[in-house]
Ligand binder design. Structure first.
Ligand code: F3S
Length: 755
């Protein structure tokens, strides 16, 4: 099932020559990130030094991983590319489509029945095209990747923004849209703007209540959700070496929350221990042979300011546990200070749920640290005041944790053990309490806490913390509880204190599993038939997009001017909509329904300029499309932050939107718009956002001269006939302009195949 050791040895065999050559060309010592990037160039040996944050570079990733929600559209697209097999080792993981409700056994049974069509489709496409298939219940994609496929010095892409988790094993692992994955599956290069580099020096040691999670909660507070955009975050220092491999994974995982391209750590003993514990002695042995290439040159970490674009230093001895939130993962507050902040902001202090799991924090170490707190509650007769839900990261972890009595500890506390899957982290949660829109507070060990993310309720205040802190807060039932200083009243009326958590890095008896849930593909899948019913409401074979004609960009209408935060969850909501991820027309009915309209400040309520009536965004877009009128979306800063889902680009494209014009983009979403043959543009002058009015008509007067490094000119015609002419920036290079001109990147691949 597992990793391809020959492929890994092949990467290591090239590494020395390529890294040495890169060092010579760049003319200075190299960071780890640069070593991995320069040793994965599509053209093989480096021949020039790239400018960070500027040059687009073609790479050759070693692996691809897809989760079930994004794999549907990615594989529907790959089927269009006309290839017999994927060109690069690829796996599909069924983890997003399983709702958490009553517990693992019954929830999995329900998912296997309600999503049978989708799982069967993914299994048969995987079998046909040489893709490894991880069944529902096998685990969360990033935990399974860390346990089986990630390797130091490797490069992978994945159709999920938390693919970055594999940085915990020293990879450069990057979340992409399905369209990017399709390029690589089809044997093409993968293009990325050469990232900037942020160095994070960790001094001191993690101890007591502070955990690896708190490192990234602190970093998120420093960098904010935009601070890592376009950059790789490279961690180093003594403090880094003292973290476990899965702890490093947690830190890298939430690098997605600061917008970073990815995050990584140099190869060290914690990684070697993890590789050996997960039955990969040969990978550890191979990595040990090329150790010096799997970390930065010594001079880099000695004088980081000279080699990174930005350096942050965190002293782990002084780092306090944090809870970040609500509604954004960068609102960082040390645990002892949260009570006052909550009172000032009127956040409910009573905590309803504590959720432990997600790809961020579901390792063996995480579960044991949280269990050490849970056990104290039972032993010290403290009745937990909140409900508990646990999602183990993989079947291997669940099986091992059950064998070692860890799950029993949570069960003794009344916790529900959900399926080894994403569950509440992606809104797949049939919450047994608070069904309405009541204001309430939950704490979880996940990565994201955007409004409505876990339970669809905009009034749920979700706070992100380490699993052990989540356990402590949930036991106390209060957001202002500080387990380091406060006591709790037990059932005998005694004041008791929770001792600090104790975790076990790796299972002393080793990992164990009976059925990991993996299906290897047929060696020759040419005879496998992939069926999609034309009547299906969940799957739909794709039709190629037709190019946007220049003349249709004269007289385009404003669809929505999004106000404030507009993440991919606002553009293409998850939760109940996940069921339509393989059916473009049906899922387009959620297009931008979560975005706040700048005019009137309501969601899913926009003006149809043709009729003067107000309606939902998808209906209005369909009305423009039916009338042959192109529509335009306008947005604020960091538009499209969050997930890598290309649905957030395909839906507006399907509904006739020609351009998205914003103050700034999140990287993956901007690329996704380009891949789908749309215009993703930014205001040259941010203040021009304010010029856009509700009844505006858009004329792209020089679109015929669309070219790299050349601004576009937009004429805004307002309802009273007055005009504003503004400049728009873009980051399209020539091949990306070709995607636009051909209607999509996939149209270009197909054309090249035919040629
Ligand atoms: Fe799943 Fe949440 Fe991770 S949706 S992949 S557990 S971020």
């Amino acid at each position: 099932m597992a990793f391809d050791i020959d492929m890994i040895k092949g990467v290591y065999a090239n590494m020395a020559e390529r890294v040495d050559k890169a060092r010579e060309i760049v003319g200075k010592p190299l960071t780890l990130s640069e070593k991995i990037l320069y040793s994965h160039l599509w053209d093989g040996n480096p021949s020039k030094a790239f400018t960070r944050g500027k040059d687009y570079v073609d790479f050759a990733p070693d692996r691809i991983a897809c989760q079930d929600a994004t794999a549907q559209m990615a594989l529907l697209q790959f089927m269009q590319a006309g290839k017999p097999k994927v060109a690069v080792p690829t796996t599909v993981h069924c983890d997003h489509l399983i709702q958490a409700k009553s517990g693992a056994v019954s929830d999995l049974k329900v998912a296997n029945s309600t999503s049978a069509e989708v799982f069967n489709f993914l299994e048969s496409v995987s079998n046909k095209y040489g893709i490894g298939f991880w069944k529902p219940g096998a685990g969360i994609i990033h935990q399974v990747v860390l346990e089986n496929y990630a390797f130091p010095g490797g490069m992978m892409i994945g159709t999920d923004s938390h693919t970055v988790n594999a940085g915990g094993l020293g990879m450069v692992a990057i979340g992409v849209g399905g369209a990017d994955a399709v390029d690589v599956m089809a044997g093409m290069a993968w293009e990325l703007k050469f990232p900037k580099l942020i160095g994070v020096k960790l001094t001191g040691n993690i101890s007591g209540w502070t955990s690896a999670k708190d490192v990234i909660l602190k970093v998120a507070g420093i960098l904010t959700v935009k601070g890592g955009t376009g950059a790789i975050v490279e961690y180093f220092g003594e403090g880094a070496k003292n973290l476990s491999c899965t702890g490093k994974g947690t830190i890298c995982n939430m690098g997605a929350e600061v917008g970073a391209t990815t995050s990584t750590f140099g190869y060290d003993e914690s990684m070697e221990r993890y590789l050996r514990a997960t039955d990969r002695n040969d990978v550890a042995d191979a990595a040990n042979q090329v150790k010096e290439y799997l970390t930065a040159d010594a001079e880099v970490y000695a004088n980081p300011e000279q080699y990174f674009d930005e350096v942050i230093e965190i002293n782990l001895d002084e780092l306090r546990p944090h809870l970040n939130g609500p509604f954004t993962p960068d609102l960082a507050t040390p645990v002892g200070e949260l009570g006052e902040k909550a009172k000032a902001n009127d956040w409910p202090l009573k905590v309803e749920w504590g959720l432990i799991g997600s790809c961020t924090n579901s390792s063996y170490e995480d579960l044991t640290r949280a269990a050490s707190i849970a056990k104290q509650a039972v032993d010290k007769k403290i009745k937990p005041k909140s409900d508990f839900g646990i999602n183990p990261g993989s079947e291997q972890i669940r099986f091992t944790a059950e064998r070692d009595g860890i799950l029993e500890i949570f069960e003794n506390l009344g916790a529900t053990i959900f399926t080894n899957a994403c569950g509440p982290c992606i809104g797949q949660w049939d919450r047994s309490d608070a069904k309405g829109d009541e204001k309430n507070t939950i704490v979880h060990s996940f990565n994201r806490n955007f409004s409505k993310r876990a339970d669809g309720n905009p009034n749920t205040h979700a706070f992100v913390g380490s699993p052990e802190m989540v356990a402590a807060i949930a036991i106390s039932g209060r957001l202002d509880f500080d387990p380091m200083n406060d006591t709790l009243l037990n059932e005998d009326g005694e004041e008791v204190k929770l001792d600090m958590p104790l975790g076990i890095e790796l299972p002393p008896k080793g990992f164990a599993v009976e059925d990991a849930g993996f299906l290897a593909p047929d060696a020759d899948g040419s005879g496998v038939e992939v069926k999609v019913s034309p009547e299906s409401e969940r799957l739909q074979l794709l039709e190629p997009f037709t190019p946007i004609k220049d003349e249709s960009l004269m007289g385009a209408k404003l669809l929505i001017k999004a106000f404030g935060k507009c993440t991919t969850d606002h553009i293409s909501m998850a939760g109940p909509w996940l069921r339509f991820r393989g059916h473009l027309d049906n899922i387009s009915n959620n297009c931008l329904i979560g975005a706040v309209n700048a005019f009137g400040k309501k969601t899913n309520f926009v003006k149809n300029q043709l009729t003067g009536e107000f309606a939902g965004v998808p209906d209005t877009a369909r009305a423009y499309k039916a009338a042959g009128v192109r529509s335009i979306v306008v947005g604020d800063h960091n538009y499209g932050e969050g997930s890598s889902r290309e649905h957030a680009a395909m839906e507006p494209r399907h509904l006739g939107v020609a351009a998205v014009i914003v103050k700034s983009f999140a990287r993956i979403h901007e690329t996704n718009l380009k891949k789908q043959g749309m215009l993703g543009l930014t205001f040259a002058n941010e203040a021009d956002y304010d010029l856009v009015q509700e009844d505006d008509t858009f004329n792209f007067i020089d679109i015929a001269e669309f070219a790299p490094d050349k601004q576009l000119t937009l004429e805004l015609v307002h309802a009273d006939g007055s005009k504003d002419v503004i400049k728009l920036n873009h980051t399209y290079n020539q091949p990306q302009i070709d995607w636009y001109r051909e209607g999509s990147a996939l149209n270009v691949i197909k054309k090249e195949n035919v040629a």
